[in-house]
Design a protein around this ligand. Structure first.
Ligand code: NAD
Length: 361
């Protein structure tokens, strides 16, 4: 298979973990006789340094002419957010790409590797039956995309944020959710606030209607406040969680705590044509950048998601996932997931172990 991939490494640990993902992809390419053409493009502070803007037109053109986007991370040190170079860097780069390509579905899997149960912040008894949750979040609607304004009424300040959802927006993401659930444990929990919000009432109605196309999937509706509790109290209960933009933002970050490190969390954003962007859930981790200690797992698993979702290469994707799991269960740990009794290894060493396993699996 011949595929063109736009490589947007970005800032901080972005370039280091991207190199790791590219090594893994090149190994897969050789082993399975594919041809991956990597086209590098600037984004974030790296783009600002060279071209004076965070999301240059040239970068968008490279992405448009590719079969998928592999994204690293953007953004500067937290203490320098106000500087010219870093101001609105993440917003311009990421929201810019989301809007440009109309990515309406965000996938964030949160899995606990049994070998890493000790770094999950929950008690062992809560995670004993394993955790493998996929949060699917609608990305282009709801309160984040409605009108925002602050005004003075009767000499007092008043702020308004409008939440809107159309039938089509909900049905599009609902189909995506059910299709994903169909390929997993066939259980979908749709999260809303239908006891209060009209957008949620419509959400519940449309999700129920779309469900009639997927009778094999079990559907449950859950209020978002209950979901926030259940995901901590009983995370094994969930398979696929489907929810709207703002609830998804909060629930996916809650679920992100479960595996124990942001360095383990991949993500994917897709549009209705199936075009996708794949990236770690964490940021540019400027505190550890340039030290060869970042955990490349999130970037490598994002590449694995790309192979499966965008190119239909499920076997190749699974081999990468299995190789990561094997390295971890054999005791390979970058510093973020290290145990006191095990020495941590570098980004490069961790990657080499994955590559060796892929070569011999
Ligand atoms: P962060 O996600 O970069 O880091 C939070 C913590 O997690 C840090 O201690 C970091 O060292 C650790 N961490 C993250 N990824 C890791 C990895 N792969 N291996 C080991 N440890 C890892 O969040 P932050 O420090 O609040 O933000 C830094 C910058 O990243 C900011 O400029 C922020 O705007 C940006 N940001 C970008 C994205 C993105 O590009 N998608 C997402 C979130 C934050």
């Amino acid at each position: 298979m011949k595929k063109k991939i736009a490589i947007l490494s970005g800032d901080g640990i972005g370039p280091e973990v991207m190199q790791a993902a590219l090594k893994v992809l090149s190994t897969i390419e050789k082993r399975f006789n594919h041809e991956f053409q990597f086209e590098e493009a600037l984004v974030g502070g790296a783009a600002y340094d060279k071209q004076g803007e965070h999301l240059p037109k040239k970068t968008l053109e490279i992405c448009e002419n590719s079969d998928a986007i592999l994204f690293g991370s953007v953004g500067g040190p937290v203490s320098e957010q106000g500087s010219e170079k870093w101001k609105n860097c993440e917003k311009i780069s990421l929201l810019g790409l989301r809007k440009h390509f109309l990515f309406n579905a965000n996938f964030r899997p949160a899995k606990i590797y049994s070998a890493l149960a000790d770094i999950c912040p929950l008690k062992n008894k809560l995670i004993a039956s394993g955790i493998d949750v996929l949060v699917i979040r609608e990305l282009l609607g709801g309160i984040y995309f409605g009108e925002h304004k602050t005004e003075i009424v009767n000499q007092k300040r008043k702020a308004i944020d409008v939440a809107e959802y159309t039938e089509d927006q909900i049905s599009s993401i609902a189909h995506i959710g059910f299709q994903a659930a169909k390929q997993r444990k066939q259980k979908l929990v749709s999260v809303d606030k239908a006891n209060v919000l009209d957008t949620s009432k419509l959400w519940r109605t449309i999700v129920t209607e779309v469900h009639s196309n997927y009778p094999e999937v079990m559907l449950e509706h859950m209020l978002v406040d209950n979901c926030a509790m259940q995901i901590i109290q009983n995370p094994s209960y969930f398979d696929v969680i489907l929810t709207e933009n703002m609830f998804g933002d909060i629930i996916s970050d809650t679920a992100a705590v479960l595996p124990g490190s942001l360095g383990l969390m991949p993500s994917a954003s897709l549009n209705s044509n199936g075009f996708g962007m794949y990236e770690p859930s964490g940021g540019s981790a400027q505190d550890i950048a340039g030290k060869n200690i970042a955990n490349p797992t999130a970037q490598i698993l994002s590449a694995a998601m790309m192979l499966k979702f965008s190119f239909g290469l499920s076997e190749e994707s699974k081999i990468i996932e299995d190789a990561v799991e094997k390295v971890i269960s054999d005791g390979g740990r970058t510093i973020d997931i290290a145990r006191e009794d095990l020495n941590s290894i570098s980004t490069l060493q961790f990657t080499e172990r994955i590559v060796n396993i892929i070569k011999h699996l």
